[in-house]
Design a protein around this ligand. Sequence first.
Ligand code: WT7
Length: 654
Amino acid sequence: MSEQTLSNLSREERRFEPPADLAADANVKEEAYARADSDREAFWADAADRLDWGQKWDQVLDWSNPPFAKWFVGGTINAAVNCVDRHVDAGNGDKVAIHWVGEPDDDTRDITYAQLKDEVSKAANALTDLGVKKGDRVAIYMPMIPEVVVAMLACARLGAPHTVVFGGFSADALASRITDCDAKVVITSDGGYRRGAASALKPAVDEAVEKTAGPDGQSQVRHVLVVRRTGQDVDWDDDRDVWWHEAVDNASADHEAEMHDSEHPLFVMYTSGSTGKPKGILHTTGGYLTGTSFTHWEVFDLKDDDVYWCTADVGWITGHSYMVYGPLANGATQVMYEGTPEKGRWWQIVQDYQVSIFYTAPTAIRTFMKQGREIPDGYDMSSLRLLGSVGEPINPEAYVWYREVIGGDRCPVVDTWWQTETGQIMISPLPGVTAGKPGSAMKGLPGVGADVVDDDGQSVPDGSGGYLVLTQPWPAMLRTLWGDDQRFKDTYWSRYPKQGFYFAGDGAKKDEDGDLWMLGRVDDVMNVSGHRLSTTEIESALVSHPKVAEAAVVGAADETTGQAVCAFVILRESAGDGGPDIVEELRKHVQKEIGAIAKPRQIMVVPELPKTRSGKIMRRLLKDVAEHREVGDVTTLADSTVMDLIKDKEGSGA
Ligand code: WT7
């Protein structure tokens, strides 16, 4: 979003007060801000007290060796026990944990907390039989089926950190993640349903495992545990592959869980950074579970009889924090849907399951806006009482449409800013407190230090813009990058060493009231449909194609997806003009290297790229071209005629 649109945005004057009944009965009230300010650690200790601990902690926060934080030091806890066993023990075993809705119509399952406990215990026993021990890493590559939740919780139960890889990622992407965290077991399924058709997953796992083989031909992956979902044919390695329905269904439902150290690794989630190599974000147990469960209860004002639905895929952090760990630790009843947004289907589900809290991304809202309000208007959505948004800035039009059309003008909208790294929601309105402004994430939650600063780390005055920073450690913060402490320090903590701020990589502005407006990334990270993609990673994928000499990728504004991937490539001389299908060939290549989400919307074959005298590609100028704008200042280019060559190309429609 440009500065220009932003100053228009923050002049937005509509305000939406919290509904009176919600405000009166809100889980978190105004006083929480002051309480957290007066004693931040005591505030988070209260949040941690909502969970069941084996051993209570001795120290809330150890920040003696920044940026390496330890939360609830000396405490022991088991995330799976908190997500299932304790609800059963409290007499809520019959409460539905998951209303699962499969993609094929009529394929549904309701799973109670008691059933979930049995499944998780069985899976933990089955994984133990496969040799998984505390500390071993397990990769999970699955569609949105209940078994993926069971698999994650079984790993958590054993203390075997999982790394869930989004099912839309390629075999190559899966292989690099398996290698980076040295996973011993992969859990997958034969396939899943995507847009009505069965699509395979197991072949990508076979290919990935093959790629991870060392010089001796042996991969570190000892077993692949496979859920039968679609029934499609799969290749089978008798020594390595195991069917879930054989291993798990036959395992005992008794499993004694060990309490793990509060700082025991819970999972690694890979996300794109500003270099080509994805970063393995490490989250640990006690702090993460505290941060996610508390904010889920706070921001969504969760009540015992709510039906909650987060539409995110489990392969992203939103799925981890606000579909698996947060809601389940809170004993919530939730909907889990296997499919992707389709006309009317979501609203049918809201109506059928009486969903009361709904959490989705702006890109989906904009898609529904385009389809027209007649579709949602055809359903009874009066069960809804609260709406959430996440993943990218929500433009005021989409916010107001969401509020009016989906929320019947009665549900508050919480625009929640956070990141894979933060683990938990950091900036958001409180639904019972804040008068929401369409397009603003408002301010840091109680206990969170969020500010906008200039290059020197000085807090900017109201009405100005700068960089978003987090000024205080928080429970669910990432602890490091898997196997790379140095990159962890460099990426997040080196920008403001004096102040010790966490650098989020986002631009932001304070309006006249001091409320925050997010401006998007300030680094080489794009946000496509709320998914984070690295320009550099896509550039490396393009350059790995034999016909490509050089590539530059930019995120161009897109009405539906927020940003879209636009690539500019220079071909090798040996490739000539690349042939008639060069663009499609390169798009497919990116899909194979990374996954379909990274496939460029547009690829332009150009003779040159705009570079500074020191050889740095000026993506800003390419962005101007991709967004059909007048090209900006070219005076720092080594060769100022380059942009004319590129624009000629664009004009010719190449
Ligand atoms: C980046 C983090 C948080 C889970 C999903 C994405 C952008 C996220 C918002 C929001 C404006 C947002 C930021 C952030 N972002 N939520 N409410 N308003 N921008 O997680 O893949 O780690 O991406 O998403 O740019 O840095 P992620």
